[in-house]
Design a protein around this ligand. Structure first.
Ligand code: SAH
Ligand code: SF4
Length: 382
């Protein structure tokens, strides 16, 4: 058996079975002396039928059901905050094992139901306009914890929102930098796209990154998902300030990595996210610089109105300014869409509800380890 797929089951604890992709689940059943097809059976029970009680998995032998109850388990996080927006957006704060909290957001639209999932508790990358970034990094989430968000959201939507409605799209745009929790995120994406589990197509699973260049290349090799890149600035000087990881992976390296990844994306284009910050990155000069940066590239640009939070130090660009910025890009032939603001009445800026973990020192330490020079105060405009 390849060690890459070893089930990593601690001797003394039941395995969190929601977090095992098909290969690991097959290895797990092999370790129990069972045939690999058990993996498909159990995946269907868990991910397609929402059954977590092994005794109800009637196509397994009684002995196997009893064995599973001893060696495997399904832990779902507790919902500790549930906020419903007037526009149908729903935000849940989940308490994980060990007491950490993360957020997930459900965004219904006519033709899709998107779930924005978290991948880390906090984030080490300290983007200055991001509430999660202000909180510092706490820990990586496990594959089971990432997948449990989808599991739980489907259950909550089915029970409390619209019976029969299912999550159709996943975006890794909640708390954390997915590519700094690489293995767990890839395995979670594989489970989401596995036909015998959630069966979502690669068009419908999007990983968003602030630009961890080597991990973007590894992602290309590992799992077939769509990619969104959080650009937010058209020049290194401004991006160094807003997205400090740019000091380690500057725009030339980032754009080269995007060019390598783009053919993998469904339309051959990377989605570039650009948060609109009043007078910081939203002028016509910034639009022109962005046009130059994206020249000759297949690109889709999402203009995201800044979601304000207390002490952020930033203001949202006016809608007129966003429209002008968009028009300039569109006139240059760049597919540009202003993102609708959703869940405004429920503080839907990710990371906003999870409390103020004032952990700047730890965050700066982490950035230093990543090779980013952290100037005093540079990571914050507060
Ligand atoms: N770490 C990843 C994914 C999580 S952040 C990344 O940075 O891409 C998901 C998106 O939300 C990113 O584009 C991020 O820049 C954006 N974002 C963060 N804080 C925001 C805020 N206050 N208002 C609007 N968008 C924000
Ligand atoms: Fe981390 Fe993304 Fe927030 Fe930056 S925007 S601090 S990478 S979660």
């Amino acid at each position: 058996m390849s060690t890459a797929f070893a089930p990593e089951i601690p001797d003394d604890r039941p395995v969190e079975i929601l977090g095992l992709g098909r290969a690991r689940l097959e290895a797990f059943f092999a370790s129990l002396g069972e045939k690999p097809f058990r993996a498909v059976q159990v995946m269907k029970w868990l991910h397609q039928r929402g059954v977590t009680d092994f005794s109800q998995m009637t196509d397994l032998s009684r002995a196997l059901r009893e064995k599973l109850a001893q060696v495997a388990c399904v832990t779902l996080p507790d919902v500790v905050v549930d906020q419903a927006s007037r526009d149908g957006t729903r935000k849940w704060v989940l308490r994980l094992e060990g007491g950490n909290s993360v957020e997930m957001v459900y965004i219904p639209e006519d033709d899709r139901a998107t779930l924005c999932v978290s991948s880390q508790v906090g984030c080490s990358l300290a983007c200055t306009f991001c509430s999660t970034g202000r909180q510092g990094f706490n820990r990586n989430m496990s594959t089971a914890e990432i997948v449990s968000q989808l599991f739980l959201a489907n259950r909550l939507v089915e029970r409390e929102v619209v019976p029969g409605r299912k999550i159709t799209n996943i975006v890794f745009m909640g708390m954390g930098e997915p590519l700094l929790n690489f293995d767990a995120v890839c395995e979670a994406a594989e489970i989401m796209m596995e036909d015998n589990a959630w069966g979502l197509s690669k068009r419908r699973v999007t990983v968003s990154t602030s630009g961890i260049v080597p991990a973007m290349d590894r992602l290309l090799e590992r799992v077939d998902v769509s990619l969104a890149v959080s650009l937010h600035a058209p020049t290194d000087s401004l991006r160094d300030e807003l997205v400090p990881i740019n000091r380690k992976y500057p725009l030339a390296e980032l754009m080269a990595a995007c060019d390598r990844y783009a053919p993998r994306c469904p339309t051959g284009a990377i989605t570039y996210e650009y948060v609109m910050l009043k007078d910081v990155n939203d002028t016509q000069a910034h639009a022109d610089a962005l046009i130059r940066l994206l020249h000759g590239r297949e690109a889709k640009v999402n203009l995201i109105p800044f979601n304000p939070f207390p002490m952020s130090g930033y203001e949202r660009s006016s809608f007129a300014r966003i429209a002008k910025f968009q028009q300039r890009l569109v006139a240059a032939g760049i597919n540009t869409i202003p993102r609708r603001t959703r869940g405004e009445d429920i503080d839907a800026a990710c990371g906003q509800l999870v409390g103020d973990v004032d952990d700047r020192a730890r965050r700066d330490e982490k950035l230093r380890k990543l090779g980013v020079v952290v100037a005093p105060g540079a990571a914050s405009t507060c």
